[in-house]
Design a protein. Structure first.
Ligand code: F6P
Length: 292
């Protein structure tokens, strides 16, 4: 059986473990498309054995490389990718909700695909956990916890920007774990009056507010500047957590979930269950569903 794996979109900690587990079962039958759909379109397809490395199985990043490939939406490039995908008995696609659409379209065009959620954003529909999420949260919590003592020493307040392009899962979970004073998850919660009051209340109590802000809502420096103007004091600082969330060392939960996703993918391949999404339910049990 010829198996193709690819990682698409933002890399996510735990992807290497997933790749390793697939390789461990099928060895030289496994190939990869370099940098995801980009390599699929361009025919950059190689044996996984060329890049897989047991020593990297618990590291962040992804040995196959990943990329965003907006061209894949266009018929010309999609068809180029389709031709290459058809050379395989099964194509395993690891990515977020955009990659899922690509996997579904390939399946509808006659390719045996299996989609697996790999994105820190945790934005895959019907799925309660995607590979990368717990590490992304852990890194952001670490940043908040290691920044606040210094913020507190000056009786300042701090806005922390976390990733999550169109999804507030990371923001909400980080806010919960650090016991944030306020969270900005969307335009509605970007409420300056509320933020000002939260900051002021803490300040009067000789304490410091921590506010978690989801990226892509507004420029965090501008939010801070507006708050400082409203407060009439220069006490609101900012910290962008950024790509440490994707580059962080995978948590135990990450490695365990990546292994579970891989085991189920192996089972699907062996039993020839294709055109499916391997997801996690609310109890984090792995389930297999058809594309929607
Ligand atoms: O992959 C998800 C993600 O990390 C989002 O949270 C973020 O908006 C985006 O990728 C950043 O993408 P890039 O690294 O390509 O700028």
């Amino acid at each position: 059986m010829k198996i193709l794996v690819l990682a698409s979109g933002g890399d996510a900690p735990g992807m290497n473990r997933f790749m390793w587990e697939i390789y461990r079962k099928f060895r030289n039958d496994v190939y990869f498309a370099f940098a995801g759909f980009t390599g699929l379109v361009n025919g950059q397809i190689f044996p996984l054995s060329e890049v897989i490395d047991k020593k990297k199985r618990n590291s962040a990043g992804v040995v196959t490389k990943s990329s965003r490939c907006p061209e894949f939406k266009h018929a010309k490039y999609f068809n180029m990718g389709l031709e290459n995908a058809k050379k395989f008995d099964v194509v395993v696609i690891l990515g977020g909700n955009g990659s899922e659409k690509g996997a579904k379209r390939l399946f509808e065009s006659g390719v045996n695909t299996i989609f697996v959620p790999g994105t820190i954003d945790n934005d895959v529909e019907d799925c309660h956990y995607s590979i990368g999420f717990s590490t992304a949260v852990k890194e952001a919590v670490y940043t908040v916890e290691n920044t606040m003592p210094s913020i507190d020493a000056f009786l300042n307040a701090c806005l922390f920007e976390v990733m999550g392009r169109e999804n507030s899962s990371i923001c909400e979970e980080v806010a919960r774990q650090v016991d944030a004073d306020y969270q900005v998850v969307d335009e509605k919660t970007l409420d300056y009056e509320k933020m000002k009051n939260v900051i002021l209340k803490k300040y009067i109590a000789s304490s410091s507010a921590k506010i978690i802000v989801r990226e892509n809502i507004a420029n965090i420096t501008e939010i801070a500047s507006k708050l400082n103007d409203m407060l009439g004091m220069n006490i609101v600082k900012t910290q962008i957590v950024g790509r440490t969330q994707r580059g962080g060392k995978p948590t135990r939960q990450e490695l365990s979930m990546a292994t579970k996703f891989a085991k189920e993918t192996v089972r699907c391949i062996k039993t020839k269950v294709f055109g499916v999404r391997v997801l996690a339910d609310e109890n984090l049990n792995i389930i297999v569903t058809e594309f929607k």
